[in-house]
Design a protein around this ligand. Structure first.
Ligand SMILES: Nc1nc2c(c(=O)[nH]1)N[C@H]1C(S)=C(S)[C@@H](COP(=O)(O)O)O[C@H]1N2
Ligand SMILES: [Mo]
Length: 417
């Protein structure tokens, strides 16, 4: 048995587990989660109540920041990112639009359909997907378009994430291109639309569907993943299959993917044409309150970096070298450099980069700065990607609360340790 066959065995044994426990049946929907969540965390969101419960009540998940029970919005506690560049599956953030996420999947009857503007409509079993296609594997950051929305000032509506609606994993699966080729994309194809096992809540609400252009879908990198960090996907992260669109925001990373429809026209349904629209400006940034602006669907990610070994407001030893370390990612390409500043961005010092785990991955950085004798020390970090795109100094603003990527600054107190 090679390692992937043993993975399949895990997937198959999972079915019994799901059948027995049935995530929904185990009481998730009815348990008083709020009551169970004894611990809280302060996300330090400006201008609003920012304390959230911590919960360990979600199946396969460790301690997570609870934003919403149904459909689940669970944030990764920020300290997890200090442990390494891989976000463990049991701490990986969770986001579902509708409270209809699958609570069990029968892996024997599950089929991935490919239909629409193709030569031959097909249905692929999980067994075939695991054994009859080439496998690919890479590290990639999955980041919600609205990561850090809670930090927007002035406030915007929407899920008030801190910085923990992102994670980096090693994804294993097959090329979307190979699956499309099996059905044969007809000439004149324009978009490829993806749907999952979750349905809309009420008949009139739009089912969550997302599309990529046919060229993007066939670029050989977009993946139908069946494994995450060497394990089957957690149900909450899309078991048994999810789309991985490296370098793009995770709204496109369809979970519990079971339907691929090739379209001979641009997808104009709600989730592409109305939702997830960003201003067509650098970093999707506009002056707060601007009403009239040209829009486009959110797409590729931009660079970000975070100090992870120290928290905003923390006390540090005065008059001593201060070690900083953190994580960075380049967005849709690799990290070229990370710099740190203690003077509000007037001068910058190059950080040392950790191992390169691929251009779509988190990358560690380390630097040392001098702590003052007393008072406060503001530490900023800035990532520049290999296309030369650097994080903007100011926080970005747009009404959707999307694409935050401004330089982060934490303030430390010297002399009070
Ligand atoms: N089927 C399905 N896939 C989905 C969604 C969803 O609601 N349903 N939400 C998307 C959004 S907006 C995000 S941020 C990511 C979250 O991925 P995760 O829960 O694995 O972290 O899933 C994406 N894929
Ligand atoms: Mo998202």
């Amino acid at each position: 048995m090679d390692k992937f066959d043993s993975r399949l065995a895990t997937i198959l044994s999972r079915r019994r587990l799901m059948g027995a426990a049935g995530i929904g049946g185990a009481g998730l929907a009815t348990a008083p989660l709020w009551a169970q969540a004894m611990k809280t965390i302060d996300l330090r969101l400006p201008g609003k109540p920012s304390t959230r419960p911590l919960t360990s009540s979600f199946p396969t998940k460790g301690e997570m920041v609870l934003h919403r029970v149904r459909g689940p919005l669970l944030e990764t506690p920020f300290e997890v990112y200090n442990d390494g560049i891989i976000t463990p599956n049991d701490r990986f953030f969770v986001r579902w639009h509708w409270a209809t996420e699958p609570t069990a999947v029968d892996v024997d009857s599950f089929r991935l359909k490919v239909r629409g503007h193709v030569d031959k409509e097909i249905e692929i079993t999980l067994d075939d997907l695991l054994h009859k296609f080439d496998r690919i594997e890479y590290m990639a950051v999955n980041q919600c378009s609205g990561n850090s929305r809670g930090l927007f000032q002035p406030n915007v509506t929407g899920g008030e994430w801190g910085n923990g609606a992102m994670g980096n994993a090693r994804w294993t699966g097959v090329r979307l291109k190979d699956v499309l080729d099996r059905a044969g994309v007809k000439s004149g194809a324009v978009d490829v639309r993806f749907g999952g096992l979750d349905d809309a809540m009420v008949p009139d609400a739009p089912k969550f569907l997302k599309s990529l252009t046919v060229d993007h879908a066939r670029d050989g990198e977009v993946m139908i993943a069946f494994a995450m960090n060497g394990e089957q996907l957690p149900l909450l992260n899309g078991f048994p299959l999810r789309l991985v669109v490296p370098g793009w925001y995770s709204t496109y990373w369809m979970k519990a993917l079971n339907d691929i429809e090739v379209l001979d026209h641009t997808d104009d349904q709600f989730w592409m044409a109305k939702a997830y629209q960003i201003p067509k400006t650098p970093f999707a940034n506009i002056a707060p309150g601007t009403q009239d602006f040209e829009k486009e669907p959110i797409n590729k990610m931009v660079p970000r970096s975070f100090v992870t070994n120290l928290k905003d407001g923390q006390a540090i030893k005065p008059d001593a070298p201060l070690a900083l370390s953190g994580i960075a990612f380049g967005g849709n390409t690799g990290v070229a450099k990370v710099e740190v500043s203690t003077d509000g961005g007037k001068s910058w010092k190059l950080a040392t980069l950790g191992k390169d785990a691929g251009k779509y991955s988190f990358r560690r950085f380390d630097a040392t700065v001098d702590a003052p004798q007393g008072g406060t020390l503001a530490v900023s970090c800035r990532c520049t990607n290999s296309d030369g795109v650097a994080q903007p100094m100011d926080m970005v603003w747009n009404p959707g609360g999307y694409m935050q990527c401004g330089v982060e600054t934490i303030t430390l107190k010297a002399g009070e340790a």
